[in-house]
Design a protein around this ligand. Structure first.
Ligand code: GLV
Length: 354
């Protein structure tokens, strides 16, 4: 802890002296987490940048203190920007999330306070769908479980029933949430000759369904019919525990479940119990309730593949996300080529009022 607070104060004094050496008229912004250094340099062309390159964890109080006097923030999906924080920051004008999901932002409170909020859609769609496929294949074909077995020196000879898994080709893929990433998953499924079912708040237009080869079904049918069920819906109060004990009980015991979306959409304790009791074949999880903590019961079961929220983590895509978040921040604070027109405004009505 001592070294953490030491590096925190070093980082604060570094950025304070950086601020003092620059013009007092430039807006001040905070980048809450470590990021590609060239993105900090881009922001520094327009703003006095308080960065966190040592990546010191900022709890709610530290975030509030670091945001005092700032006009904008380049935030991360784990930074909670709630009504209490917003109320304490009358000078704040832009919150630019480096993530497509924005359930960490209180959007109505930001809008009411006249603060522009942005996210980073599109640039991560294909990379996230690629990773969804990797997680699906690893889960269905028991890739990590069998590798752990091999690394532990337990492999003595080949046998006909070693690590039998479930096929993807010719199976039924269920997609819960059919936005950009859900559709990218459906396109991949065509190459595997899968039947694609989906459920979403609204049904897609017929020509898009046809192009994807996907059929809209009710949630109960999706749960019942899917051999592999992928979750790619946004987190909200309505989607909290969308997959809990009751839903798991409706799935085939041979099915796999993949959560690429957000922790909290799955009841992780109920999932661990279903996996332990073999009521579900396997699961692949990139996101967790209360992450970076992982429910201890999930760590105890072998039939789950666990990854640390890396679905968008390709070199190219994380750079694109960081630069898009910076583009949004620069434009939202009235600078750069798109001044006043951030490309991914979530509440454009705020811009119209300015
Ligand atoms: C990552 O989880 C994102 O929302 O971009």
């Amino acid at each position: 802890m001592a070294s953490q607070s030491q590096s925190q104060s070093q980082s604060q004094s570094q950025s304070q002296s950086q601020s003092q050496s620059q013009s007092a008229s430039r807006p001040a912004v905070l980048v809450t987490r470590a990021i590609f250094p060239d993105v900090i340099e881009r922001l520094a062309q327009y703003f006095d940048v308080d960065h966190n390159q040592p990546d010191v964890p900022l709890d709610a109080a530290a975030l509030k203190a670091r945001l005092a006097g700032k006009a904008g923030v380049l935030s991360n999906a784990a930074d909670r920007i709630d009504a209490d924080l917003i109320g304490a920051l009358p000078q704040l004008r832009a919150v630019c999330n480096m993530a497509v999901g924005y359930n960490n932002l209180d959007l109505p409170a930001l809008t009411a306070a006249g603060i522009v909020a942005t996210n980073t859609p599109d640039v991560l769609t294909e990379t996230t769908a690629d990773f969804g496929w990797a997680l699906l294949m690893a889960t269905a074909r028991r890739v990590t479980e069998s590798e752990h077995f091999l690394r532990a020196g337990k492999w003595e000879r080949w046998s006909y029933d070693m690590f039998l898994g479930m096929d993807l080709h010719g199976s039924t893929l269920g997609i819960l949430g059919m936005g950009r990433i859900g559709q990218a998953l459906a396109r991949r499924a065509a190459g595997f000759g899968m039947t694609v079912l989906y459920h979403n708040r609204s049904q897609l237009p017929a020509e898009i369904e046809q192009g994807l080869g996907a059929r809209y079904v009710g949630k109960a049918e999706l749960l019942r019919e899917s051999d592999h069920l992928m979750l790619v819906l946004p987190y909200s109060e309505q989607s909290h525990h969308a997959i809990g004990a009751a839903e798991l009980a409706q799935m085939k015991p041979t099915a796999t479940l993949i959560n690429l979306a957000r922790g909290g959409i799955v009841d992780d304790a109920a999932l661990a119990a279903a996996l332990r009791e073999k009521r579900l074949f396997a699961a692949g999880l990139d996101v967790f309730e209360g992450e970076p903590k992982v429910h201890p019961a999930l760590l105890e079961v072998p039939n789950v593949v666990l990854t640390p929220h890396i679905a968008s983590a390709s070199e190219k895509t994380r750079r694109a996300m960081a630069n898009l978040a910076a583009d949004n921040l620069i434009a939202a604070l009235g600078a750069g080529p798109d001044a006043g027109r951030p490309p991914c405004a979530l509440n454009p009505e705020v811009l119209a009022r300015r």
